[in-house]
Design a protein around this ligand. Structure first.
Ligand code: ATP
Length: 220
C-alpha cells in the first residue's frame, strides 16, 4: 500500500481499473486531470478480479509491471497494490475505507471514473456511500451516452454534483465533479483485440509497455 500519510495534504486522486493493459487513454486522462484539478498526485489502483469473474488476460503481477513502466518517469503518478494483495473481492467502498484509516479526516481525496463506469455505478456495493469517503470525478468516454437514464442514479448525481474545483479542495469528500476534458478514444479491449489479430497497436501505449507485452507474449 502507498504511504498515504506522506502523499500530501492537498487534493489527490485514485484511478482504479483493470489496466489490462494500461494505455495512453489512462495516461492522457491522468495528465489532464492533474492540470485541470491541480492534483498533487494520481494513484493507479489495479483491481483484484475475483476468481468467479472473467479474468484479465495478463496476471496481476504483469498488470502492475506494465503500470510501473508506464509511469516510471512521472513523479506525480504512483501505483498502489492494495486491492491486489487481498484474496477477497475488492469493493471500492472497502478500499476507500481502508485508505481513510491512513489519512486525516480533512484530507481531500478523489476517485476517478469514466462515464462508462458511472452508468453502471448503481450496481456497486454501497454505491451511494462512496462520496462519504471521496469526491467522484467523472470523465467522458467516447462511445458512451452522456445521459444517466436510471432515476435513482440521476437524483443522486443531481444532488451532489458540482462544477467548482475549489469545493473539491476545500472539502474532504462529498462531491461529484464531471470533468470536461478531452479524452482519447482508446480502450484496453481494442489493444487486446488488435494484438490478437496481429494489427498495430504500438501508438496506443508507451513503448516500454509495448515491449513488455511482446516479451511476455501477452494478448496473443
Ligand atoms: P477494457 O477495455 O478492458 O474494459 P479500459 O480501457 O476501459 O479497459 P480500465 O482499466 O477498465 O480500461 O479503465 C480504468 C478507468 O479508466 C475506468 O474508469 C475507465 O472509464 C477509464 N478509462 C479507460 N480508458 C479511458 C480513456 N480512453 N479515456 C478516459 N477514461 C478512460
Amino acid at each position: 500500500m502507498c504511504n498515504y500519510n506522506t502523499v500530501d495534504t492537498k487534493l489527490y486522486a485514485i484511478l482504479g481499473g483493470t489496466f489490462d493493459p494500461i494505455h495512453y487513454g489512462h495516461l492522457h486522462l491522468a495528465n489532464s486531470l492533474i492540470k485541470k484539478l491541480s492534483l498533487s498526485k494520481i494513484i493507479f489502483m489495479p483491481n483484484h478480479i475475483p476468481p468467479h469473474r472473467p479474468q484479465p488476460k495478463a496476471s496481476a503481477k504483469q498488470r502492475v509491471a506494465m503500470i510501473k513502466y508506464a509511469i516510471e518517469n512521472n513523479a506525480l503518478f504512483a501505483v498502489d497494490e492494495l486491492e491486489l494483495k487481498k484474496t477477497t473481492p475488492s469493493y471500492t467502498i472497502e478500499t476507500l475505507k481502508t485508505i481513510r484509516k491512513h489519512i486525516t479526516p480533512e484530507q481531500p481525496l478523489a476517485f476517478i471514473v469514466g462515464q462508462d463506469v458511472l452508468l453502471t455505478l448503481s450496481t456497486w456495493h454501497q454505491w451511494q456511500s462512496l462520496i462519504d469517503y471521496c469526491h467522484l470525478v467523472i470523465c467522458q468516454r467516447p462511445g458512451y451516452h452522456k445521459d444517466i437514464r436510471e432515476k435513482q442514479l440521476l437524483d443522486w448525481f443531481t444532488q451532489h454534483h458540482t462544477n467548482k474545483v475549489s469545493l473539491l479542495h476545500q472539502q474532504p469528500h462529498g462531491y461529484i465533479y464531471p470533468a470536461d476534458i478531452p479524452v482519447l478514444s482508446i480502450s484496453a479491449t481494442e489493444i487486446r483485440q488488435r494484438c490478437a489479430n496481429g494489427l498495430q497497436y504500438n501508438k496506443l501505449l508507451p513503448n516500454a509497455v509495448h515491449q513488455y507485452i511482446l516479451q511476455h507474449h501477452l494478448y496473443r
